[in-house]
Design a protein around this ligand. Structure first.
Ligand code: PLP
Length: 440
């Protein structure tokens, strides 16, 4: 009797099961921590993106760009708090700033001496932002930007794009979501100029805003083409809708964000992540006439509340980070390091002839299990997620911390030698699993 070779599907399933079993064996303390969490949190989790099977790693501590898990394994951190950890885990400048804030008292219940200083730094950095207000998260920043756009235009509809992630209640990876806020959303196709123009024109009198990530981050590091963003700018100008750039992730891509690189001026911009120096942060801002709706000196001003909007830890850490660490030169250098890294990774894919690629811009990138060009999340939906599972387990084994979905982020403490380590771990991943990877 001849023995039949197992199908690719069976082999892939077996390889993932083996990797997961090895992972579980190596991480008993993380498993025990997860079991404790299960008793008090649904699925043991309070932040969906951090969950993965068979159980997530419990991280004990971090230092510069290193992390240690509960079982004592050390990792180079190539995730950096999904971009908020730009400064690393222990930057002395950030630590001094936080300590200084602690010494002056942490809940001052008043306008403080720091908030306008951070606002000034943000306005100087992003010329489209004439006035801004702070929030506690990027989600809140987008909620407030949509609210003010609706109030300013006196219109109700908002155009977003399939695959977009604008926060926990503004998520469009799979169309509408039951946890989303109930605005009247139109969902367009990312990078499809004709589709967006048609939607904007057809809803001209009712469209308050177009909300767009200049590169979809959670959607898989899919950059918008400059032409697409320019077309959105033009169509919104024609119809009186506001153009909102969600630069929560992309503002790090250049000294003036992605908008500065492209020379496109949105009406409003939303920010988050690293700008608070690693503390919880969000901000929305832009045209002075739009933001004036919040001016509390006017009797009919819009309200915008938030106990922690101007919290001194965020303000102080944010000021230190923008003024001393993430200078224009630092932004250019970090993103050049990322561009070079992505080119090397994609060269490996080409040379090895496997259907893999890294999409992204500058210091942000994402593994994709296909060689075809990706303009839109629909170009990735038929890829096999198990390839990313194998990649994830392989990288952890090699001491590199990345997102389960293949998202990879550079932070300031990352050096070219860390990048070399990542590239060689990726090469060994391709070699190890080459029979399971589709040819390019
Ligand atoms: N917008 C984008 C583009 C994001 O990537 C994120 C978070 O990942 C958000 C908004 C939401 O920010 P936060 O997690 O601070 O609410």
């Amino acid at each position: 009797m001849t023995q039949q070779a197992p199908s690719l599907d069976t082999s892939l399933a077996a390889a993932v099961a083996q990797s997961a079993a090895d992972y579980a064996r190596r991480n008993p303390a993380s498993q025990a921590q997860y079991e404790r969490a299960l008793q008090v949190m649904p699925g043991g989790n309070t932040r969906s993106v951090l969950f993965y099977e068979p159980f997530p790693l419990a991280i004990r501590r971090g230092e510069d760009c290193r992390l240690w898990d509960a079982d004592g394994h050390e990792y180079t951190d190539f995730l950096a708090e999904f971009t908020a950890g730009l400064y690393g885990h222990s930057n002395p400048v950030i630590r001094v700033a936080v300590q200084a804030a602690l010494e002056n008292g942490i809940n001052l219940t008043g306008h403080n001496l720091l908030e306008s200083e951070l606002a000034r730094l943000v306005c100087d950095r992003f010329p489209s932002i004439a006035r801004l207000r702070f929030t506690n998260s990027g989600t809140e920043a987008n909620l407030m930007a949509i609210a003010v756009a609706k109030a300013f235009t006196r219109r109700g509809k908002v155009l977003v794009f399939q695959g977009a992630y604008h926060g926990g209640v503004l998520t469009f990876a799979k169309g509408h979501s039951p946890v989303n806020v109930p605005h009247d959303f139109l969902i367009g196709r990312y990078n499809d100029i004709a589709d967006a123009q048609a939607l904007i024109q057809a809803n001209a009198g009712e469209l308050a805003a177009v909300l767009v990530e200049p590169m979809q981050g959670a959607g898989g590091c899919i950059p918008a083409t400059p032409e697409f963003l320019a077309a959105l700018r033009e169509a919104t100008q024609d119809t009186g809708a506001l153009l909102i750039f969600d630069e929560v992730m992309t503002s790090r891509l250049g000294p003036q964000g992605r908008q500065g690189q492209l020379g496109i001026t949105p009406d409003l911009t939303t920010l988050g992540k690293y700008i608070g120096g690693g503390m919880s942060f969000g901000a929305f801002g832009g045209r002075a006439d739009v933001m004036a709706l919040f001016d509390p000196r006017h009797p009919d001003a819009l309200a915008h509340a938030g106990t922690f909007n101007n919290n001194v830890l965020t303000m102080s850490a944010g000021i230190a980070g923008l003024s001393q660490l993430y200078t224009a030169e630092a932004a250019l250098a970090l993103n050049a390091l990322g561009d070079g890294m992505r080119e090397r990774l994609n060269a490996v894919c080409r040379e090895q002839g496997v259907a893999l690629q890294f999409t992204g811009l500058g210091s942000l990138m994402n593994l994709q299990a296909t060689a075809r060009p990706i303009d839109h999340i629909g170009d990735t939906t038929d890829t096999d997620p198990r390839i990313k599972d194998l990649f994830f387990f392989h990288m952890l084994e090699a001491g590199l911390y990345v997102a389960r979905r293949g998202f990879t982020v550079l932070s300031l403490p990352i050096t070219p030698s860390h990048v070399d380590k990542y590239v060689s771990a990726f090469e060994s991943f391709v070699q190890r699993h080459r029979t399971l990877l589709a040819p390019a």
